[in-house]
Design a protein around this ligand. Structure first.
Ligand SMILES: Cc1cc2nc3c(=O)[nH]c(=O)nc-3n(C[C@H](O)[C@H](O)[C@H](O)COP(=O)(O)O)c2cc1C
Length: 401
């Protein structure tokens, strides 16, 4: 398992897997149990000075297809108690990395500095500035307010850096015009790395029988933050864009549930990965699959360390304008596998190029009419439609050390 060791700046992680700032990192007792099972680090639930204002509603979590929507606030535990918790964790788990997530009002620079000094004096290895909680906090001038105002985010970063002896990361929101620009301003102000992304703004839905919100708090609800599988493509885009253009360390969070998701994020430039929703669903034990899966992957492809695969896939992302338009890949239906359901025919007829004919027994693709859009292969329930040539292309690019 030594190949899982990951160095980020001067900080050594025993593996790249970290608990994100969220319910699984609510206090020292919980984080300690996660460390015992093999998690390399944990970002504390976000610590603030106005913790008494963090009064949560019930319920505050809604299950949605592919994830979770939450309207939970940040930590309602006092910074003084967190100081004790961080001390306990560092005394008992010196090889594990404790990252203090902190937040204050965007205008309260002294508050940010106070929390930074308190948590670093307690022994935190790193700081993560929460610029990104999308619900509840913006109404208090906190969280997403900072991502919404990049100049303010940059100013807070600069002043926190001025009092910090440990690395300072900023956790950014996807709910902005340009996360890359936001990251750039934070880095220019001294941030040592970027955590991307926090939850994506959303609404849990409406019960059509009553007209009431699905996440129903005495008849009312509020907009919240989406997490889990459903936000992974948004996170992949943010992480790769920041890593490739700004050449900085990125901690990825958003929709990571197994080692393959983690590998994808690392190939796209992440140095570490943070998990929340999957731990909430399955418990800390998922670390076993994450560690073994990543280790086996590196072994199979003959890599000695996580760093060797970091960012390897960034070279394959180009502006749309530069993509090859000369090669129109035609689709083929494999008659051995096709179940003649006709789904591809309908899709191509009503949303494609009318290239598939169906006589009730056989489906046929007219290669003159097919424009290679890919819709039929996506909706085929039997995986009977392949994009001609695709395998040949991919075989040239198998990951090599
Ligand atoms: C219930 C809940 C509470 C959260 N609380 C915080 C928080 O206090 N601070 C923070 O920075 N992010 C918070 N998050 C966001 C997570 O840290 C994480 O960035 C996000 O859920 C995306 O990761 P995932 O898809 O693995 O869940 C919270 C998420 C959830 C679901």
């Amino acid at each position: 398992m030594s190949r899982l060791k990951t160095k980020v700046g001067n900080i050594e992680f025993i593996n790249p897997f970290i608990l994100a700032s969220a319910p699984p990192a609510r206090n020292a007792e919980m984080i300690a149990r996660a460390f015992e099972l093999g998690w390399a680090g944990a970002v504390t639930k976000t610590i603030c000075l106005n913790y008494k204002d963090m009064i949560d509603v019930s319920p505050r979590l809604a299950g949605i297809k592919g994830g979770l929507l939450n309207i939970e606030l940040i930590s309602s535990v006092s910074p003084e108690k967190w100081v004790e918790d961080i001390k306990f964790l560092k005394q008992n788990y010196p090889s594990n990395i404790v990252i203090a997530s902190i937040s204050a009002e965007a205008s309260n620079i002294e508050g940010w500095q106070k929390l930074a000094v308190m948590t670093q004096t307690a022994g935190a290895d790193m700081l993560e500035l929460n610029f990104s909680c999308p619900h509840g906090l913006p109404e208090m001038g906190m969280g997403n307010t900072c991502s919404d105002n990049p100049e303010i985010a940059a100013k807070i970063t600069k002043f926190v850096k001025a009092v910090s002896k440990i690395p300072v990361w900023t956790k950014l929101s996807p709910n902005v015009n340009s996360i890359k620009r936001l990251a750039e301003l934070c880095l220019n102000s001294g941030a040592d790395g970027i955590t991307a992304i926090n939850t994506v703004k959303g609404f849990a839905g409406v019960d059509v029988k009553t007209g009431l919100p699905k996440l129903n708090i005495n008849g009312y609800s509020a907009y919240g933050g989406l997490s889990g599988d459903i936000i992974k493509p948004i996170a992949l885009k943010a992480v790769s864009e920041i890593a490739s253009t700004l050449k900085c360390n990125v901690s990825a969070t958003g929709g990571i549930k197994n080692h393959e998701d983690a590998v994808e994020f690392i190939l796209l430039g992440a140095s570490t990965v943070q998990l929340c929703a999957e731990v909430m669903f399955k418990g800390y034990e998922i670390i076993k699959e994450l560690k073994h899966g990543l280790n086996n992957y590196l072994e199979e492809y003959n890599f000695n360390s996580v760093n060797e695969i970091r960012g390897k896939s960034l070279q394959y992302i180009k502006p749309h304008f530069d993509l090859d338009k000369s090669n129109c890949l035609k689709h083929e239906i494999n008659p051995e596998i096709c179940i003649n359901c006709g789904k591809c025919y309908k899709a191509c007829r009503d949303a494609g190029y009318q290239a598939i004919s169906y006589n009730g027994d056989n489906l046929l693709i007219d290669k003159q009419k097919c424009s290679g859009c890919g819709l039929c292969s996506i909706i085929c329930p039997a995986n009977a439609i392949v994009i001609n040539n695709n395998e040949n292309i991919c075989s040239q690019f198998l990951l090599k050390r």
